[in-house]
Design a binder for this molecule. Structure first.
Ligand code: CP
Length: 320
């Protein structure tokens, strides 16, 4: 496949290939020299029209660990602020020979537009578009769940994943529901009715308004950031009411089964959807998810750009 726009692009076999390849890539991070020559001579452009810490940095680290040349482009400080269009920006990148464009954009559908426009020849990777999708986040989350809940090499058949909070604005939730369904997990979304999207009943998951009712039957609890910047007051219960009904504190965490993990894609609103006690507890995988993001994005770039050669088998003797 040439592009990664949606988690729905991935069959079960595709997803398992990415996760298994990410396991190989994770071994590179354990070496004294954390670099492979696989993408030497290739150019990866990080095209970020929206703010990011984790995704931008981890795509940069992933591309550099595969020896690609990396160009970081932020809309802030570029000619986009003078009104330059996505098309003219893309044509400029094409002229510089981009083999892959990793795009984050505030408009849902911008990566799809880029991939189907003919403006560029390289692969397009969606790094988060509006409220639509964030497929590499779902892959790194599945990678993290698999390590904790089912084991390397397996899918997530029968695992019970609960995703809590601002589903309405969450591209992370949508991509996770699609990918987790593909991998056989059972997903429950928990949110106040005002923070659920229209049509959610057609998604392949259950929906609940009651967090306390689902905690005891949860293997992984994913807390989402309340995206205040995307909403007006009409969407939202008061902050105190939201935290009381949907926030995760130590008391609620104690109701989870002993093996269950607490996840968050970051950035967190500490004190709102998650207390500091939970965020800093050993059950919370938020930092581990960031590390797993580098391995997962290495796998995605390798599989899109690296061709058919095995990633590690041919390169372990020639790590640069
Ligand atoms: N999880 C995530 O996408 O974080 P950033 O917005 O910091 O990239």
């Amino acid at each position: 496949k040439r592009h990664l726009i949606s988690a729905a692009d991935l069959s079960r076999d595709d997803a398992l290939l990415v996760l298994d390849t990410a396991e190989e890539m994770a071994r590179v991070a354990d070496r004294p020299i954390k670099k492979l020559p696989t993408l030497r001579g290739r150019t990866v452009v990080n095209l970020f029209f929206e703010d990011s810490t984790r995704t931008r940095i981890s795509f940069e680290a992933a591309a550099k660990r595969l020896s690609a040349d990396v160009i970081n482009f932020s809309a802030k400080g570029s000619s986009v602020s003078k009104g330059e269009s996505l098309k003219d920006t893309a044509l400029t990148l094409e002229a510089m020979g981009a083999d892959a464009v990793v795009i984050r954009h505030g408009s849902s559908g911008a990566p799809h537009r880029l991939a189907t426009s003919g403006w560029i020849n390289g692969s397009v990777v969606n790094a988060g578009d509006g409220t639509h999708e964030h497929p590499t986040q779902a892959l790194l989350d599945a990678f993290t769940m698999r390590r904790h809940l089912s084991g390397v090499g397996r899918d997530l058949e029968g695992r019970r994943i609960t995703i809590v909070g601002d589903i309405l604005h969450s591209r992370v939730a949508r991509s996770n529901v699609l990918l987790l369904n593909t991998l056989g997990a059972h997903v429950t979304l928990v949110a106040p009715p005002t923070l659920l999207p229209i049509g959610v009943e057609q998604w392949p998951c259950e929906v609940s308004y009651d967090l306390d009712a689902v905690l005891a039957r949860t293997d992984a609890l994913m807390m989402l950031r309340v995206q205040s910047e995307r909403m007006n007051a009409a969407f939202f219960p008061t902050e105190r009411e939201y935290t009381r009904r949907y926030g995760l504190d130590g008391l609620r965490m104690a109701v989870l089964p002993e093996h269950a993990i607490v996840m968050h894609p970051g950035p967190m609103n500490r004190g709102m959807e998650i207390t500091a006690e939970v965020a800093d507890s050993p059950r919370c995988t938020v930092v581990e998810q960031v590390a797993n993001g580098v391995s997962t994005r290495m796998a995605v770039l390798y599989l899109l750009l690296g061709g058919s050669e095995p990633a590690i088998a041919t390169t372990s003797a020639t790590a640069v």
